[in-house]
Design a protein around this ligand. Structure first.
Ligand SMILES: *[C@@H]1O[C@H](CO)[C@@H](O)[C@H](O)[C@H]1NC(C)=O
Ligand SMILES: *[C@@H]1O[C@H](CO)[C@@H](O)[C@H](O)[C@H]1NC(C)=O
Ligand SMILES: *[C@@H]1O[C@H](CO)[C@@H](O)[C@H](O)[C@H]1NC(C)=O
Ligand SMILES: *[C@@H]1O[C@H](CO)[C@@H](O)[C@H](O)[C@H]1NC(C)=O
Ligand SMILES: *[C@@H]1O[C@H](CO)[C@@H](O)[C@H](O)[C@H]1NC(C)=O
Ligand SMILES: *[C@@H]1O[C@H](CO)[C@@H](O)[C@H](O)[C@H]1NC(C)=O
Ligand SMILES: CC(=O)N[C@H]1CO[C@H](CO)[C@@H](O)[C@@H]1O
Length: 563
């Protein structure tokens, strides 16, 4: 039972969904609209957008070296000290040197892109070359000191664009695929916690990416999603996030769960920032052949940022299963906010088609096909990952070795009240590409797309579907490989009844955010970003509430510039 109490253990809660608890009703919310005053014209790093940072860099108000120093100081204030959010596992020892070079280049030849000199946090399952000084471990001591063959495909694109990797974010270890781990816990990083209430669940598995971006420990971050791992921490941390279509962004050099579902995407404080990052990391990569199926031209997603994007659009509400509280476990607060959001979408010119059910909804809720596919894929792909490593100081060479390593090092690799690494063990027991595997893969495509998302879009002539980010929302998109774009929807009220999420975390809790998700067919990111932008621009929900005071870093550019 314990695992099911983890609010967003997300992966594979399919059969167990009935067991998720409904939380006690909250009501009114108190909105704190006070913002810190900025005496100078330097942007407040808590909220600063990529465009504001570029403006300041271009105008010479500060440099990328200043930015790195400021973000490092902010990490230092809250990561292990103070509220000890444990959002960051490692910082980049080469970042200052890289920033100086990029500052010099900007002075001579201008910026390469909107990410030139901008600090980016990466989830610790995204590879960076060891010579730069950081590990790539998915949070596990088993991979500490391992040498990856190359930068991840998305990291190559970030570096070409002039971005600076500021550090690696904590995560649910192995992207939540070990079994029975609390959201946001890893052996190396410990328990990440939410910045909106002490010890609240940050959700996973891209927990550190979410928390660090939510309070400005970096400009932007990348997470990865197999089922829910960008969407849920985006939701819990008051962010805008894009879970791209599988094959829009390269997974080369990303510690895998499944090539059929894994995808890398931006987690940012605004959909505008997310559009900037996605435009840079999207595109074909010869090292990930799924990316070769995408349209030839990578869209400029910033062109989708149109506040009129919802005018004349048909947006469907797939109520069956996905808005059934006894299946989603969603708190009534979320439902109330969601119904209000539907009215806002109407005000923005959309026609709400309600209900617009997925024909496969109930079958998806019963299906175990996703588990069959992920368990089988993980063993094959993690073994290939381990084989490709140049050096592995722990000697771990296979999934079986990983299981043995964890068993041999309980003090490093077992959180409080750990029960078993059930997912690893189930995966190790799979027998490769069996007939049952191919059947499950075909069923997933059918349930997620042909009798799922695409069926609803076609039947009701929709431009997109909309749902609360929390609940069962991510599953059809996960098994179809389809995109989800999420923006802030609301916050739990101050008097919400606090629940338990894990041995060290609570959920729900006062002021913890939740999001609104737009879903569509393959490669519909451009449209979904437009819809999310229109909603975000109208509601500005992110700005309605801030993190708890101790979790708000005090260092600002004014403390760095000129000192
Ligand atoms: C929370 O506060 C609201 C309004 O102040 C009230 O109506 C509601 O009953 C309270 N809820 C709980 C769980 O105490
Ligand atoms: C990895 O982490 C270890 C321990 O924190 C550190 O000594 C090492 O420099 C890091 N970087 C690499 C590339 O191993
Ligand atoms: C990608 O390449 C592998 C072999 O390297 C092959 O097995 C697989 O079918 C290819 N997948 C796609 C989507 O082309
Ligand atoms: C909600 O789900 C429960 C449990 O599966 C089911 O018994 C109930 O009929 C569903 N409610 C609706 C309105 O579909
Ligand atoms: C896969 O989905 C199909 C269609 O709903 C279902 O009949 C089958 O039982 C599912 N298989 C598993 C392993 O859950
Ligand atoms: C660990 O489990 C025991 C027994 O179920 C329980 O009494 C204890 O409160 C748990 N500790 C934490 C920190 O959850
Ligand atoms: C950057 C940073 O603060 N990293 C820390 C993450 O947590 C581990 C475990 O407590 C520390 O060893 C790291 O220094």
């Amino acid at each position: 039972m314990k695992a099911f109490l983890f609010q967003c253990a997300i992966l594979l809660c399919l059969a167990q969904l009935q067991a998720i608890h409904c939380f006690v009703a909250p009501r009114a919310e108190e909105i704190d609209v006070s913002r810190t005053d900025q005496a100078s014209d330097l942007p407040d790093l808590y909220e600063a957008s990529v465009l504001e940072l570029q403006e300041g860099l271009d105008a010479g108000h500060f440099t990328s070296v200043d930015l790195i120093k400021a973000y490092f100081a902010r990490i230092e204030e809250v990561n292990l000290k103070g509220p000890a959010l444990r959002a960051i596992i490692e910082t980049n020892p080469s970042a200052l040197k890289q920033a100086a070079a990029l500052d010099a280049e900007r002075a001579v030849s201008g910026k390469r892109s909107l990410l030139h000199g901008i600090p980016v946090i990466l989830k610790d399952n995204i590879a960076t070359v060891a010579t730069e000084g950081m590990n790539t471990t998915a949070g596990s001591f088993a991979l500490l000191g391992s040498i990856v063959p190359d930068d991840a495909g998305v990291v190559k694109k970030l570096r070409e664009a002039g971005a600076i990797i500021l550090g690696k974010a904590n995560l649910s270890e192995f992207a939540e695929f070990r079994g029975n781990l609390p959201s946001g816990w890893s052996g190396r990083g410990g328990q990440t916690t939410n910045a909106y209430f002490p010890n609240a669940d940050p959700c996973g598995s891209s927990s550190g990416s979410g928390v660090s971006t939510s309070i400005g420990l970096a400009a932007v971050s990348l997470g990865s999603e197999t089922d829910g791992s960008i969407t849920c921490p985006t939701s819990n941390n008051n962010l805008a996030g894009v879970k791209p279509t599988v094959g829009l962004t390269s997974r080369a050099g990303v510690i895998p769960i499944s090539e059929h579902q894994d995808t890398v995407g931006p987690m940012c404080r605004s959909i505008s920032d997310a559009a900037i990052v996605l435009s840079i990391i999207a595109g074909k990569d010869p090292n990930d052949n799924f990316t070769l199926a995408q349209p030839d031209e990578v869209p400029d997603y910033t062109k989708a940022l149109n506040s009129q994007a919802l005018v004349g659009k048909r947006i469907g509400v797939p109520r069956k299963v996905f808005l059934n509280d006894s299946i989603t476990g969603n708190d009534p607060t979320i439902n109330v906010a969601f119904e209000q959001a539907l009215r806002v979408l109407e005000e923005l010119g959309a026609t709400i088609v309600d209900p617009a059910d997925l024909p496969s909804a109930e079958e998806i809720a019963r299906s175990n096909n996703e588990t069959v596919v992920l368990d089988t894929d993980f063993k094959i792909q993690i073994n290939a990952w381990l084989e490709d490593l140049i050096v592995v100081p722990t000697g771990v060479q296979s999934l079986a070795d990983l299981i043995a390593f964890d068993n041999a090092h309980p003090s490093l690799e077992e959180p409080i009240n750990f029960t078993s690494q059930s997912e690893f063990i189930a995966s190790e027991a799979t027998k490769g590409f069996t007939d049952a595997y191919f059947q499950s893969l075909a069923f997933d495509k059918e349930l997620g797309s042909t009798r799922g998302i695409d069926a609803a879009l076609d039947t009701f002539e929709l431009d997109a579907l909309v749902l609360p980010a929390q609940g069962f929302t991510t599953v059809p998109a996960a098994i179809a490989g389809y995109p989800i774009v999420t923006v802030p929807l609301g916050f739990y009220p101050n008097n919400v009844t606090i629940g338990s999420a894990g041995p060290e975390t609570i959920y729900p809790a006062p002021g913890v955010p939740f999001g609104l998700s737009f879903l569509g067919t393959a490669f519909s990111e451009f449209e979904l970003i437009g819809f999310a932008f229109a909603y975000e621009t109208k509601t500005k929900t992110r700005l309605a509430r801030r993190a708890f005071p101790a979790a708000i870093p005090k260092t600002q550019l004014k403390d760095i510039v000129g000192n």
